[in-house]
Design a protein around this ligand. Structure first.
Ligand SMILES: [Zn+2]
Length: 682
């Protein structure tokens, strides 16, 4: 359940969806209304709870399905996509007349091997017998370290992550990066906090570890001890790790050095032989994202016995393959990561799990089929026009900012001008030729795919950045800004209602996809993005006074979110979510200006009794409709840099005078923000 956390590569619109979906099937040929007025709750005063005013009736009539931890507009689209992908993949999966080695053969055999529960149950834990026996044969710390490299090479990440990424100071070249990791719980906080819920979660995690070792074949007493060993090692790693907030500072997490310097910091880990084992005998400069962490890893190497390391590595193998093994292991994995951590009640049906895995591992192969069938060419053209309208409005707004000097404005405008736009799908598709997929061994296919991905990634080290590459598949319902490429990217799957609706009036489309575009553009100028120049290099282009004024303004925004209550005793973390919140307010301002420009002085008539201004903000708010389980909300407040859906609707618009006027928000309304505390930065 570990995700690669690339330091800054993609600043996304939402946390990526991993699991979801009920069985409803939507007819994509139907016209979707621009605003679904039945979803609104007119008994709620917009100024008291704008989220409920727009989405209240939808929330009341959409209970979260058992297999979800949250359900909203994004999950509805994801679900619709699953149905579309299913029909594509099932067609391929029944085809017996396919050339060996073709992309279709790989899709077919990967999917079918995942659906072949007879073979999977029969193999049981033996599917990972080779790895388990290799670990049990380790007898020295040097062998342990060699095996850590072997695991990394096969896409499993004990202790830390290693990956290729653009050099933050020379963004046209790729370098190797090492980044803290090695934890089974979602974040550092879970190991360190002493509150009741953290303590309870640690106990539940320990229980999960024990059960997994028993399912591997160990007896109860051993399993109990092994669980303690894993917790001990992970707690030590957590103690030397940086918090999620500390990891948001791009400068602090960029420390370029050679292998010898890394070896000075971290002397008891053999870094030269580690990189050689990865196939990188001369890795060149490496970004050591958190030097203190790697100093800690080195100490841990000497303080921890070989036997304990073997337990920890065994756990990493089990955890990494848990979703692909026999049902007892799959279900135990879901018990903890699905139920305990996120409150999800039921595991998804098998076809959905196997489909997501197939769609992830052969992402661009399936993406190619997906866009051929479901992505209309005219969507791309319309999006390009929208993006350019937004860019012009953003430029106007920068020119008119009352707080920024001409000197910084000039640099900001240059950076805006240089933003690259990617829409729909990549121009060059990924080549899967070197990936071998067999008909009847799911775990082997996962292993081959992990190894293929690692090799693909690490081969980039020392080479120029491939500008054609995408960080998301076309079938992903999300969008991102990549600071080191200074680019915004919108996969095909987000270009559907309620984000992008060809039948909707401009006010609603600018409020939805327009704000998404503005949001991604603003990421180039949020508290992290502003530290990169037009070329995507970490390079301060701000005058000192402008930087101070920027921080004063963002402090207002931090305060607004810190004061927003989510559950009884929990508030949003205004510092952790700052970049996203700047992007939401910026997105609204830029998209609203672009909409006004498109009217060219004319005054559009009201529709359904709602003015153009009102429709813009309702178009925005309905994108964020959502119900979420308490456990999932608690987890996200800790790990997600995005604010919860209701906060994304109940705070940003209240900074805009046009919103306050459109909905007649008064001082005594719950969500009113006094003029002096409003934070319209961009
Ligand atoms: Zn974002």
């Amino acid at each position: 359940m570990k995700n690669i956390i690339k330091s800054v590569i993609a600043i996304t619109l939402i946390l990526n969806l991993s699991a979801c979906c009920s069985d409803q099937n939507k007819n994509s040929m139907d016209k979707t209304p621009a605003i679904i007025t039945e979803n609104m709750d007119n008994t709620v005063v917009p100024g008291d709870d704008f989220f409920k005013y727009v989405n209240g009736s939808w929330m009341d009539s959409n209970e979260i399905p058992a297999e979800y931890s949250q359900f909203g507009a994004f999950t509805e689209l994801y679900e619709n996509n699953q149905e579309q992908l299913k029909s594509l993949v099932e067609e391929v999966s029944k085809n017996t007349d396919i050339a060996q080695g073709s992309v279709a053969q790989k899709i077919r055999d990967l999917y079918n091997s995942g659906m072949d529960t007879v073979s999977i149950e029969e193999a049981g834990i033996n599917a990972i017998a080779d790895e388990l026996s290799e670990i049990s044969n380790l007898s020295t710390i040097a062998e342990v370290q060699n095996y850590i490299a072997e695991m990394h090479r096969t896409g499993i990440s004990p202790l830390f992550y290693v990956y290729a990424e653009a050099d933050q100071e020379n963004s046209s070249m790729t370098i190797a990066n090492v980044y803290q990791g090695g934890l089974g719980l979602p974040d550092v906080d879970y190991y360190i906090n002493d509150d009741e819920s953290s303590t309870k979660l640690r106990a539940d995690y320990k229980d999960h570890l024990k059960k997994m070792f028993i399912l591997k074949g160990d007896d109860e007493e051993n399993a109990q001890n092994e669980a303690s060993v894993v917790i001990k090692i992970e707690t030590e790693l957590a103690k030397v790790s940086k918090s999620r907030l500390e990891r948001r500072d791009p400068n602090a997490n960029f420390n370029k050095m050679g292998v010898s310097e890394l070896s000075d910091i971290s002397p008891d880990f053999n870094w030269s032989s580690y990189f050689a084992n990865l196939g990188l005998s001369s890795p060149g400069d490496i970004n050591v994202a958190q030097p203190d962490f790697f100093a800690g890893v080195s100490k841990l190497m000497t303080n921890t016995s070989v036997e304990d390391w073997k337990v920890y590595l065994t756990w990493n193998i089990l955890d990494s393959y848990a979703s692909y093994l026999n049902s007892d292991i799959v279900n135990q994995n879901f018990e903890f990561y699905g139920k305990v951590l996120s409150g999800t009640q039921e595991i998804q049906p098998r076809w959905k799990r196997v489909l997501s895995n197939t769609s992830g591992r052969l992402g661009e192969a399936i993406g190619q089929l997906y866009v051929e069938k479901y992505f209309p060419a005219e969507s791309k053209q319309r999006m390009l026009e929208l993006v350019e309208n937004l860019r012009i409005s953003f430029a106007d707004r920068i020119q008119n900012l009352d707080w920024m000097s001409e000197e910084t404005k000039k640099k900001a405008l240059e950076k805006l001008e240089r933003i690259t736009v990617k829409i729909g799908y990549p121009d060059v598709w990924k080549d899967y030729t070197a990936l071998k997929i067999v008909p009847d061994n799911y775990a082997q296919n996962v292993r081959n795919s992990k190894e293929f991905e690692f090799k693909f990634d690490i081969n980039k080290v020392g080479k120029p950045v491939d500008k054609n590459e995408w960080g998301m598949t076309p079938q992903t319902v999300n969008a991102y800004y990549n600071p080191s490429a200074n680019e915004i990217v919108f996969p095909a799957a987000i270009l559907q209602p309620p984000f992008f609706n060809k039948d909707a009036d401009d006010a609603v489309n600018y409020g939805a996809i327009g704000v998404v575009i503005g949001h991604e553009m603003t990421h180039g100028f949020d508290d992290q993005g502003r530290k990169y120049d037009k070329e995507g290099n970490l390079n301060d282009w701000w005058t000192e006074e402008d930087a101070i004024l920027f921080e004063k303004k963002t402090a207002l925004l931090v305060e607004q979110y810190n004061n927003y209550k989510v559950l009884d005793t929990l508030n949003v973390d205004g510092n952790l979510t700052l970049g996203e919140n700047i992007a939401d307010v910026g997105g609204l301002n830029i998209a609203y200006s672009a909409l006004q420009k498109s009217y060219n002085g004319s005054n559009p008539a009201a529709i359904d009794g709602l003015s153009s201004d009102q429709r813009f903000f309702i178009g925005y708010a309905q994108v964020w409709r959502q119900n979420i389980r308490d456990k999932e909300l608690m987890r996200r407040l800790k790990v997600d840099v995005h604010s919860p859906g209701d906060a994304r609707v109940n705070i940003p618009p209240f900074n805009l005078d046009v919103f306050v006027n459109a909905f007649d928000v008064k001082e005594d309304n719950e969500l009113f923000i006094p003029v002096s505390s409003r934070a319209n930065i961009w």
